[in-house]
Design a protein around this ligand. Structure first.
Ligand code: SAH
Ligand code: MG
Length: 204
C-alpha cells in the first residue's frame, strides 16, 4: 500500500496492528473483481483506509457501516473507551467526525461510502452481492451473530468473508467473533488465512 495512505491508517484511532491491516488490504485487492467491499464497524476509519485503498486499486468502492455511537465495549467505564470521541453536547459517543476526517486525509472520499445506521437494519434492505465482507462491529455475541447472519448471505460466490478480533484462547480476548467464525466454517465458508486476530475465509 502507498506510504502516505499507510501513514493515515496508522494515525487513525483504533486497534489494528500493521500486519493485520496489510492482510486486510491484500484480501480487499483480491476480492475487488467480485464486487464492492463492505465493512461493519467504521469507528474512526482506520480499517476503511486499508480497504478503501484496495477498492481504489481494484476499481470498486467500500461501504463502511456504523451508527457511530460506539459498541457496548467502547462506552464510558469500559476497557476500550476513549473520552476524545464523546460529543460534549450530548454526552454520547460520536465517531462520525473522526471517520470523515480520516477518509478526507487519505483522499479516499470518492471510493469510501459511509453508511450511518444500525447494521442489522441496513442488512435487511441490502441487495448487492459483495466481493468482501469485513465483520468488525459490536463484539457482544448477539450482535456479532446478527451481523454474520444478516450480511453473510450477500457475499458473492468466490467472495471473501473476514472477521476481526478472533481469539481462540479466552485469555487473549472475547469469544464472540470466534463463535461467529466457527458458525461460518460450519456453513461452508473455507478458512484461507490467519494474521493475528484477522481471519479470512472464502465463500462457496
Ligand atoms: N473497523 C474499525 C473498528 C470498528 S469498532 C477499525 O478497525 O478501525 C466497532 C464499531 O462498531 C463501533 O464504532 C460501533 O459504533 C460499531 N457498531 C457496534 N454495533 C453496531 C451496530 N449494531 N450497527 C452499526 N454499528 C455498530
Ligand atoms: Mg476490531
Amino acid at each position: 500500500m502507498d506510504d502516505a495512505l499507510l501513514a493515515v491508517a496508522r494515525e487513525a484511532k483504533g486497534f489494528m496492528p500493521d500486519d493485520e491491516g496489510a492482510a486486510l488490504h491484500e484480501a480487499g485487492r483480491r476480492a475487488a473483481p467480485c464486487g464492492p467491499l463492505l465493512e461493519v464497524g467504521s469507528y474512526c476509519g482506520k480499517s476503511a483506509v486499508y480497504l478503501g485503498a484496495a477498492a481504489r486499486a481494484g476499481g470498486t468502492v467500500l461501504f463502511s457501516i456504523d451508527h457511530h455511537h460506539g459498541s457496548e465495549e467502547n462506552q464510558a467505564g469500559w476497557e476500550h473507551h476513549d473520552p476524545e470521541v464523546v460529543d460534549p453536547e450530548t454526552g454520547r459517543m460520536d465517531t462520525l467526525p473522526l471517520f470523515r476526517r480520516t477518509i478526507e486525509r487519505a483522499g479516499l472520499e470518492d471510493v469510501v461510502v459511509g453508511v450511518v445506521g444500525d447494521s442489522a437494519t441496513i442488512a435487511r434492505h441490502w441487495r448487492t452481492p459483495l466481493g468482501l465482507l469485513f465483520i468488525d462491529g459490536g463484539h457482544a455475541l448477539d450482535i456479532v451473530l446478527a451481523d454474520y447472519e444478516g450480511w453473510s448471505p450477500h457475499v458473492a460466490p468466490d467472495g471473501l468473508l473476514v472477521f476481526h478480533d478472533v481469539f481462540e484462547d479466552p485469555a487473549e480476548g472475547g469469544q464472540a467473533p470466534y463463535q461467529a467464525w466457527k458458525r461460518a466454517v460450519g456453513d461452508g465458508f473455507t478458512p484461507e488465512s490467519t494474521t493475528g486476530s484477522l481471519r479470512v475465509l472464502r465463500g462457496g
